[in-house]
Every structure is written in structure tokens, then in C-alpha cells.
Write a protein that binds this ligand. Structure first.
Ligand SMILES: [Zn+2]
Length: 499
């Protein structure tokens, strides 16, 4: 090639593509999935130029993607720029595409794999979730949206994209109401991301740097607030019986209180450390780390109630999210926690300095009684449900019972039981994961027991004094005589009537 004269360049390269479970790239004799940023090469200086990509599918296969195809060629697609290409994954194979319209926009439910699903029911329910979000945000920021679904026995979860999401779930859970509700929860979470993250982005990931880790302090908003609304939308949409709002809150409180890591690491730090801690799934994570998904959702929930309370229920976190969405359009500088705080302060008319210090950058336990009280709800510990607990989680593999986690501060933790220990016996009699609860139920608080384990092939014995589990389960109920403000917060928050 003569210098300066070439008008094009052809590059061939191979990509390892066996990562369906990471939802990045995969190719086998059944289908292919391509997430652009895990497959395509690029040059930074040409990042903003429009481009086209042509797929050569295997015989009889077709392509489903959020990208628009070039007229006259159904396998050539165009993107405004590299970022659009990177954020519009493709499914290539014999997937089933179910098309439907909601609010004047085209939607596709694209399913790979066999399962016991009812596509009409799914379309109806997904359509409701689309409508709820349109009501919430005010618009649908796309022309066409694709819900990719991989049905398989392995993997689970989803990844959000610009005008699509790729979700994975088990193939035969669609008839069971609980697992179907779990699937809708996944849809609700991923779809909420269409605004919160794909449009409204934290400063650290706008624009995205594909070459390295992008550190941000706002994942507790990006993921936590999305988790909060993912669940809340299903309640507001009437996907669950009314009782489950109380169960949801009761489980939320118990979950937040029983994770020792919540007292050690803030959600802001958990967000920042996502690259080096959260996704490493360290065995001690539960004890030493917070969780920007779960705790981020908790903080979002109480922030919502705080804003409602201080503004006499004129404003809520819904308004904060909408305001940020308008103020920080895609392509701009991205928002920070300070931006979120200043919008929340403006709407609530109160200084939220202490709130952010306690719950966002601090590790203060959430004052659930106070916040739920704003909505006329009370919290009672179900002491009668408290069980004897050692504070360990075990799993049986190849006929061996292993300690998978030890809760900080629990009797087992204090006695010295460790992750990885192979549990052999409780008080001299063999115990396995399945019969541990029954065995413990025979004792009462204050009883001493001996737990025998193999640790690195050496037999060890640990003596511990039993007690009831530290954090009880809870019951959430309405107060007898609500104030008008409590009633109004409850009703507009959960979109239901007090009765
Ligand atoms: Zn998410």
C-alpha cells in the first residue's frame, strides 16, 4: 500500500464468542448474540461519524436489533455514530419476533429458546409496563424498542441498552405466578433504565470510555433507584395483590438491617468500588460491603418519602427524576450526586445535607420507623417468628456440606467458624443443609452446641451459645388514625386508596 493513497482498509479478526451468559457475545449452531462494545474495533477519532454494519447470517437466519436497516438491504444496518452501534445489540438466528404497538411506537418481543410462555399475555403485561413508564417520564425516547429474551437453564438477569434490553430467564417459569412476577420485575427494572442510565447518565459514564473502567459514585442511583422503581411500578400497575406492598416493605427493612456490610461501606463507596469489589462477589461481601442495588433502592425509597413529607406531598422522587431527565439530556455532561441533591432540596424545600451525609456517603442505619410513618405505616417486629440461628449459610455439594457465608457478629462468627469449612456434625450427629433448620429448632436460646467441621482436612470443633436471629422479620400495617398528609402520601406513593 502506497502512503497517502489508500481509500479503504480491510481488517479481518477473530473474536472469542462463548459468553451468552454475560450477555456480551455468543455464537453457536443455534444463534448468535452481538453486543457491539464486546465485538467491534473502532478508532477514537472517528467515533462521531455515521457508519453501517452488514451481517452475513447463516442460511435461513434473520437479524433482530434496535438499529434501523438500510432500505433495500435487510442485513445492513446504520448507526448515527459509534456509540449508537455499540449500544444496539443484535440477535441473529431463528428467534421469534412478536411485534406490538404501544403509545404509537413499535415494540418487539424477541425470544430465543423454547419455554412455556404465553406471548400474548407477555405482550399485554409488557405493554402495561411501557405505559406506566410513559406516564412517569412523559415520553418514549425511541422510535422502536426491542425486548430480547434468552430462555435457558443457565444465567439470569438483564442488561439495558439504548433502545433495547437483553434479558435471560429460565424457560419453564412462565406459568408459576411467583416466577412470572419475577420475570416482570426484570422487565420493569431493565425498561426503567431506558431513561435512568441510557438517557440520564451519571457524569463518569457520559461519554463512555470503552478502553477502561469508568468509575462513578452514582451507581446507587443508576441501579438502586432503578431497582426501587422497578418494584414500585409493578405495585402501582396492580401486578400484585394489595397485600404485597406491605410484604415488600417488610422484606426491604429486614434486608437492610441484616446486612452487616451496610454499616461498613456507604452506597457512594459501593458504587465507586463496583469494578474492584461488587462484581468480584467476594465471600465477605455481605459482611464488609454495602450493595448499591439493594441499599441504593432503600435510600431511594426513604428519599422519596422525605421529599413527600417536606413538600407536604406536593413533590416526590418521581419529580426529581423527571427534572434531572430534562436537565441532563443524553450527550451532555451527565449528572452528579450534588445535582440530584440540589433538585431534591429545591422541590422538598428543605436542606438534605444530613440525609445525604447519613445515607449516601455515610453508613447510618436507616430510620425506617420514621420514614414509613410519613406514609401512615408502622413497623412491628414479628418476634414469634424469630428462629434459632447459627448465622451461617451452607450448601451441599458432592455429599459435603460447606459453609458458604458467616454473618458477622453471629454465634458461628464469634466462635470462629469460617467460610469453606465442611460441616460434619452438630452435637455429635451428622447435619446437612436440609436438616439444619429442624435440628436447630430443637434448641432454645442460651443452649450450648458443638459444631464439628473439617477445615483443610483437620477436624475442628467449635462451641457456641445459641440465640434467636438478631434481625427479626417484620409486619407493616397502617396506623388507625392517619393524618391527612399521611393518607395523601400513602395514596399517591403507592397509587392506591387508603380504605
Ligand atoms: Zn440494572
Amino acid at each position: 500500500m502506497e502512503k497517502g493513497r489508500a481509500t479503504g482498509l480491510t481488517i479481518h479478526y477473530k473474536v472469542y464468542a462463548n459468553e451468552f451468559e454475560q450477555r456480551t457475545r455468543g455464537l453457536n449452531d443455534e444463534h448468535a448474540f452481538v453486543d457491539g462494545c464486546a465485538v467491534f474495533m473502532y478508532l477514537e477519532k472517528y467515533r462521531s461519524l455515521p457508519l453501517t454494519v452488514t451481517v452475513a447470517p447463516y442460511q435461513g437466519w434473520h437479524v433482530t436489533t434496535g438499529l434501523a436497516s438500510v432500505p433495500g438491504n435487510r442485513f445492513t444496518f446504520k448507526a448515527k455514530n459509534l456509540d449508537e452501534l455499540m449500544d444496539c445489540p443484535m440477535e441473529i438466528g431463528n428467534q421469534k419476533d412478536f411485534e406490538f404497538d404501544v403509545e404509537g411506537k413499535k415494540h418487539v418481543l424477541c425470544i430465543f429458546g423454547a419455554g412455556n410462555y404465553d406471548s400474548n399475555k407477555m405482550i399485554t403485561d409488557i405493554g402495561k409496563i411501557v405505559k406506566l413508564n410513559k406516564e412517569f417520564w412523559g415520553d418514549l425516547p425511541y422510535e422502536r424498542y426491542v425486548f430480547f429474551l434468552h430462555l435457558g437453564l443457565q444465567g439470569g438477569g438483564g442488561t439495558e441498552h439504548l433502545n433495547s434490553t437483553i434479558m435471560q430467564t429460565g424457560p419453564f417459569g412462565f406459568k408459576n405466578p411467583n416466577s412470572y412476577r419475577g420475570f416482570l420485575g426484570l422487565v420493569s427494572h431493565e425498561y426503567f433504565h431506558t431513561w435512568n442510565v441510557k438517557q440520564l447518565r451519571p457524569k463518569g459514564i457520559a461519554p463512555y470510555d470503552y478502553t477502561k473502567e469508568n468509575y462513578v459514585h452514582e451507581l446507587w442511583v443508576a441501579e438502586g433507584t432503578t431497582s426501587y422503581y422497578g418494584g414500585l411500578m409493578l405495585l402501582r400497575g396492580g401486578f400484585s395483590p394489595s397485600q404485597s406492598a406491605y410484604d415488600w416493605l417488610a422484606n426491604t427493612v429486614q434486608g437492610e438491617r441484616q446486612r452487616p456490610g451496610n454499616r461498613i461501606q456507604s452506597v457512594s463507596e459501593s458504587s465507586f468500588d463496583a469494578w474492584i469489589k461488587y462484581w468480584k462477589e467476594h465471600q465477605q461481601g455481605f459482611n464488609s460491603e454495602s450493595d448499591y442495588y439493594g441499599k441504593g433502592s432503600d435510600v431511594s425509597l426513604v428519599l422519596d418519602l422525605e421529599i413527600r413529607q417536606h413538600s407536604s406531598n406536593k413533590y416526590s422522587l418521581d419529580d426529581v427524576m423527571r427534572t434531572l431527565y430534562k436537565r441532563f439530556p443524553l450527550g451532555g455532561r451527565g449528572y452528579t450526586v450534588d445535582d440530584l441533591r440540589s433538585v431534591a432540596e429545591k422541590l422538598s424545600g428543605t436542606d438534605l445535607g444530613k440525609f445525604f451525609e447519613n445515607y449516601v456517603t455515610g453508613t447510618v442505619p436507616v430510620d425506617w420507623e420514621r420514614y414509613l410513618g410519613y406514609a401512615g405505616l408502622t413497623l412491628q417486629a414479628k418476634d414469634s417468628d424469630r428462629k434459632i440461628s447459627l448465622g451461617i449459610m451452607t450448601a451441599d455439594r458432592e455429599n459435603r456440606t460447606r459453609v458458604m457465608s458467616v454473618v458477622a457478629g453471629s454465634p458461628a462468627y464469634e466462635a470462629g467458624v469460617d467460610i469453606g469449612d465442611e460441616v460434619v456434625a452438630l452435637n455429635g450427629l451428622r447435619v446437612r443443609t436440609s436438616d439444619l433448620p429442624d435440628r436447630l429448632a430443637d434448641y432454645k436460646p442460651g443452649d450450648k452446641v458443638k459444631l464439628t467441621v473439617f477445615r483443610r482436612d483437620r477436624l475442628r470443633e467449635f462451641e457456641m451459645t445459641l440465640r434467636l436471629q438478631d434481625v427479626p422479620s417484620y409486619k407493616v400495617t397502617k396506623v388507625e388514625q392517619p393524618t391527612p398528609l399521611q393518607k395523601s402520601i400513602f395514596e399517591s406513593w403507592l397509587k392506591t386508596t387508603w380504605e
